[in-house]
Design a binder for this molecule. Sequence first.
Ligand SMILES: CC(C)(COP(=O)(O)OP(=O)(O)OC[C@H]1O[C@@H](n2cnc3c(N)ncnc32)[C@H](O)[C@@H]1OP(=O)(O)O)[C@@H](O)C(=O)NCCC(=O)NCCS
Length: 217
Amino acid sequence: MKPKVITVEDIPIVIRPMGTGYLMADREPNGVEVAVGCRVHAKSEQWPNPMYVTYYRKLTDAYRACAILAWQEQSVVGFLPFVPTECGINLPGCLHYIDEDDMAEVETFSPIPKDHMKRRVLRTHCLSVKQALRRKGLGSQMIRYLVAWARVNEWQRIEGWAFEKSDFGWLPDIAFWEKCGFKRGKVRSWDEHIIDPGFEYHMDLQFAQQPDRTRLR
Ligand SMILES: CC(C)(COP(=O)(O)OP(=O)(O)OC[C@H]1O[C@@H](n2cnc3c(N)ncnc32)[C@H](O)[C@@H]1OP(=O)(O)O)[C@@H](O)C(=O)NCCC(=O)NCCS
């Protein structure tokens, strides 16, 4: 799918799928700067993260992309990762995470072909926009791009989860996703042992079955 160029306060920003030229979690090529969530907060020893580099390379080869990036010249200013729920492995979304057992699993993992999946569903997580560019429409434009990309690539549904109320400036809460055309799913507790049920919601967008719900602002 073609990249989309938008203008945010006179700054041209290119939204496009992450290719293998730069994989989030890898060492940045000369001149590239990454100005979003995990990278900004990562301590140097957590980056590059070889587990996620291998994982993203395998997903990208198998499914064409596993994230949408927003670029302002050589800077990554938006990151929207996603993964097929039936790809054959279930890693935490957080790029800070690394575990020896998971590392071994990632090395041997072969992504399940899309044609072999019962449900062609993508799960998204960890959307992040550069601080200085927040609340200017970039995050929702990236979601709009992902929905279009998913349709073109014959995925049936996008899912994720969000907090009912999150600290504005941290993860987007459920209201943000609803503004972007997602609908609330079932309430799910973050950890049934420690947090009240009702703290967290699934969200999902069933664009194949419910095309009328997919209209974004
Ligand atoms: C949440 C986030 C992605 C939103 O992106 P954005 O570009 O600022 O969002 P938009 O400008 O497209 O906002 C769309 C709508 O959602 C609302 N919105 C924005 N951020 C929101 C939030 N955190 N919670 C709820 N609603 C939010 C906006 O008010 C806007 O509504 P409006 O048009 O009625 O004003 C961005 O604030 C961000 O990156 N936050 C940090 C997330 C993070 O730390 N991620 C790392 C995870 S490891």
